[in-house]
Design a protein around this ligand. Structure first.
Ligand code: NAD
Length: 530
């Protein structure tokens, strides 16, 4: 038995006419400040604007379940084991000494924000998780599906991620989680080398029956555990891309019809997403494939359900989104970025197949686009054709991504990146990065952050003052999750932000806006003036 409410009361008390606390809600007033720019004959006219919004956050943190698809994989089993170690305060011996469980690597639980300055002018920082009421990871109720029937203690052993002394102690707790629920397996979507694992399947080939089955699983898990919210999370194998076919997966109605007709192009991950959407529970995609075909986004919009994705941003891409921005913002011109990876876990094995690698390649590739587009001094803009439409993408650094499966290194992924740049007056700079890390120990805290943030965002509503009478939920695609995702899904028609710093600022500003605080002031004006 474990407590279901947030562990810490809401410590931050904003005293302002912009912030109102009552038993149910924190309601805040917020000015969304920006500028409208018009360009005429090379002249920029900038008009500042401020639009008034209200945010309303439900204070009670509901009892939250996390249902993972692929719970028996490296990420799934590592997440379960580390939550159980934290929940039961299991310490273990390593060759360095006694290790405590913790949540290092979680933006929410292991990083801080500045609230302002104290009377001595010193900045005051609090954990991000204290800004608004959020579920504590120890309180998540865990469950999910896997095409492999291994019970979770065996799955953890198979993953070979955690120290033996931790595995030994946490195994009895893992065994209580039992076997994963049977899942959907369409061999065409993941690598053929996964077939030997697939011994825990929902029978038949009727996709409508599969959808109904998954929906019933979600409902049952929610009822059996008395949950207010179930976050459904894809951490299963990377699938190949689905073809986008008009009449099949381009609209919500077509997608539902294609499922009824068991169309071959509907992937397991899309079926899971549709199941979650129809159950009105949020769905997050931690892998790179295009689970969110246009019909799935359309369906989420229609049901005002929440979705987020794609692909966990754990190592190489996270660093790339920092380094590329650093170079471009320093006025240095990256000419090529060459990335090599090798890894030896089951994810690597699956990615050794061409079509699954392709999904990963795509998700890793677009990460520098927005930084390049933001600097047309360094990179030539695309030519503009008739009707003002751009031809091509414009100048761009050469960018390649290679992934190889090397079983011997197991879960310890190695990533090698070369950044080759043009510097002053024709000079060249080469930066080489060698990154070596236990893959699943980087990914697990991201799954937690995504789950906890998603649950929070289901409790936040907004109102545009003067235009909207009632509070409304946020838009279905939760792009505020971008910090943890390699290829962030955003509202169709809006630009993707890849810069890690900008993603974090957006998140921080949003959380603060919900308690009536304005952005993060790095201006520190008082330190610049007399
Ligand atoms: P893994 O291969 O160890 O685990 C995947 C699990 O999914 C396996 O247990 C497999 O049996 C199961 N599975 C496959 N198809 C399924 C289906 N249709 N239904 C239910 N279960 C199914 O992989 P992992 O290392 O845990 O990674 C999981 C996913 O996360 C991969 O797609 C990977 O690309 C992605 N990812 C991982 C990282 C990281 O750092 N570990 C980073 C980014 C993305």
């Amino acid at each position: 038995v474990h407590p279901t409410a947030a562990r810490r009361p809401n410590y931050i008390n904003v005293q302002s006419e912009n912030t109102l606390y009552d038993d149910q809600y924190i309601t805040s007033k917020f000015f969304n400040r920006g500028s409208t720019v018009t360009v005429n004959d090379g002249q920029f006219t900038v008009v500042p604007k401020a639009e008034e919004y209200q945010f309303r956050t439900k204070r009670a943190v509901g009892k939250t379940g996390l249902m993972m698809i692929g719970i028996g994989g490296n990420n799934g089993s590592t997440l379960c084991a580390t939550i159980l170690a934290n929940r039961h305060n299991i310490t273990w011996h390593t060759k360095e000494g006694v290790q405590q469980p913790n949540y290092i690597g979680s933006l929410l639980r292991a990083s801080t924000v500045s609230l302002g300055t104290d009377t001595n002018g010193k900045e005051v920082h609090v954990p991000v998780s204290d800004v608004l009421p959020m579920v504590h990871p120890n309180d998540l109720v865990l469950g999910g599906w896997d095409i492999s029937s291994a019970s979770l203690d065996k799955a953890m052993e198979r993953a070979q991620v955690l120290d033996y002394d931790l595995q030994r102690q946490v195994a009895p707790h893992m065994a209580l989680l039992g076997k994963p629920l049977p899942s959907i397996y369409y061999p065409d979507f993941i690598a053929a080398n996964q077939e030997a694992r697939a011994d825990n399947l929902i029978p038949g080939a009727d996709k409508q029956a599969h959808l109904d089955h998954i929906r019933a699983d979600i409902r049952k898990f929610k009822e059996d555990n008395g949950l207010d919210r179930v976050v459904v999370f894809w951490t299963a194998n990377t699938e190949r891309y689905s073809d986008i076919i008009p009449g099949v997966n381009d609209t919500a109605d077509n997608l539902l019809k294609a499922i009824k007709e068991s169309h071959s192009e509907v992937s397991p991950s899309t079926l899971f997403a549709v199941a979650a959407i129809l159950e009105n529970q949020p769905f997050v995609n931690g892998a790179p494939q295009n689970t969110f075909v246009p019909g799935a986004i359309d369906l989420a919009e229609r049901h005002k359900s929440f979705i987020g994705g794609d692909d966990l941003k754990s190592g190489q891409t996270k660093l790339k989104s920092v380094l590329a921005e650093f170079l471009v913002n320093a006025g240095i011109k990256p000419l090529s970025i060459a990335s090599y990876n090798h890894l030896g876990n089951n994810d690597g094995r699956n990615l050794s197949a061409e079509r699954q690698f392709k999904s990963k390649e795509i998700s890793k590739s677009s990460v520098v686009d927005d930084m390049v587009n933001a600097n047309r001094l360094l990179f030539k803009a695309p030519e503009v054709g008739e009707k003002g439409i751009a031809i091509g993408k414009g100048e761009h650094p050469d960018h390649i991504v290679v992934i190889k499966y090397v079983p011997a290194v197991g879960d310890s992924k190695r990533a090698i990146d070369e950044y080759y740049s043009e510097i002053f007056c024709g000079g060249r700079s080469t930066i080489n990065i060698f990154n070596e890390c236990e893959d699943s120990l980087l990914a697990t805290p991201l799954i937690l952050d995504l789950t906890i943030l998603t649950e929070l965002l289901t409790r936040v509503e907004y109102r545009k003052v003067g235009q909207q009478e009632d509070f409304a939920p946020l838009y279905s695609v939760l792009s505020l999750l971008s910090y943890m995702l390699k290829a962030p899904l955003v509202k169709p028609g809006t630009d993707v932000v890849n810069s890690l710093n900008r993603q974090r600022n957006a998140l921080e500003s949003f959380l603060k806006a919900c308690v009536g605080l304005e952005g993060n002031s790095d201006l520190l004006l008082e330190t610049r003036i007399w």
